[in-house]
Design a protein around this ligand. Structure first.
Ligand code: GYE
Length: 306
């Protein structure tokens, strides 16, 4: 058997686990790599994956989850586009006896019994690593450092936490200030247009902190179009470390990248199997991550898979 059965998710006689997964969308290189990781590891773990793309909309995620409940899947996993507004649908899943695994992004529900576990990065820590690098870079200098920030999707866990961690890391240095901060929705095109407006309104930008590589890459286009040199005239810090970002880092157009791993598939499949078997899961599963300088990017780039 094992063929793609597009019909009911009811596992009937066979004991293959059915996992319903609601993905945010395809906003970034990170997301594309994450989707690939989930699809490939489901196939190799022998899990029947019902994959649904929400195209960046919470309402689509909520109806995908409701469909999974109707189909009686064994486990539901999703990457919540924003943190709030999930209690009702999570309660429906709980009442139906279907375990839920939060993947990549957190929710702000007070009742943590609404999900089994949360697997993903520590975004506050990522923001801190970005800020720590900047503080070190300007160590011993008292000149004013003007930072512009390109935030991720408004209300999403990585945007909230990367802003928070960065602000904490720089706060003891009053000469380093965030002069502009706006969302670029984690997208390359938005990173470019928002950076264009930053460049028009703010004459001396020293540093760009972008919550992901894609927005940083879009901003690089805007900086070059304005006749400035990214990485030199304006220092750039990003998060993710996807191949395109690492290439720009090795080329000297980005100065520092904080890694955020999208390869959550294998661990997610393990957790899904345990949840389906009724095991109690560790409430928080953290991903291991590093950071990259320009020199380190040159070494790492040939091995970068995504
Ligand atoms: O950093 C960004 C993506 O939630 C960690 O979402 C993820 C973020 C990632 O769009 O590129």
């Amino acid at each position: 058997g094992g063929g793609d059965d597009a019909g009911s998710g009811n596992s009937g006689g066979d004991d293959k686990i059915t996992l319903g997964f609601s993905q945010v969308g395809a906003e970034s290189g990170w997301r594309t790599a994450n989707t690939k990781s989930i699809q490939e590891s489901a196939a190799s773990a022998g899990i029947d994956l019902k994959f649904s793309d929400a195209q960046g909309k919470q309402e689509n995620q909520i109806s995908a989850i409701r469909n999974f409940i109707t189909q009686k899947v064994d486990v539901i996993a999703f990457s919540p586009v924003v943190t709030s507004g999930w209690d009702a649908v999570l309660k429906e899943a709980k009442d139906a006896g279907i375990p839920v695994i939060l993947t990549d992004r957190a929710v702000d529900s007070q009742d943590t019994s609404l999900y089994e576990t949360f697997i993903g990065s520590d975004f506050v820590e990522e923001g801190k690593k970005a800020g720590d690098w900047l503080v070190k870079e300007y160590e011993g200098k008292t000149d004013k450092v003007n930072v512009v920030e390109l935030q991720g999707t408004t209300g999403s866990a990585p945007a909230i936490d990367r802003q928070k961690g960065f602000a904490e890391a720089i706060k003891a240095n009053p000469n380093i200030t965030i002069v502009k901060s706006q969302t670029g929705d984690f997208k390359r095109a938005d990173g470019k247009t928002v950076m264009e407006t930053f460049l028009q309104s703010t004459p001396d930008i020293d540093v760009l902190y972008a919550h992901n590589d894609d927005m940083g890459l879009g901003a690089i286009e805007a900086i070059e179009a304005a006749g400035k040199k990214p990485g030199t005239d304006i220092k750039i810090i990003t998060v993710d470390a996807v191949k395109d970002g690492m290439t720009a880092l090795a080329d000297g157009k980005i100065n520092f990248i904080v890694e955020c791993s999208p390869l959550l598939g294998p661990q997610l499949m393990d957790l899904a199997k345990k949840a389906a078997a009724g095991e109690t899961l560790e409430k928080r599963v953290l991903t291991e991550e590093t950071t990259f300088t320009q020199e380190q990017a040159k070494t790492e780039l040939p091995n970068r898979k995504y």
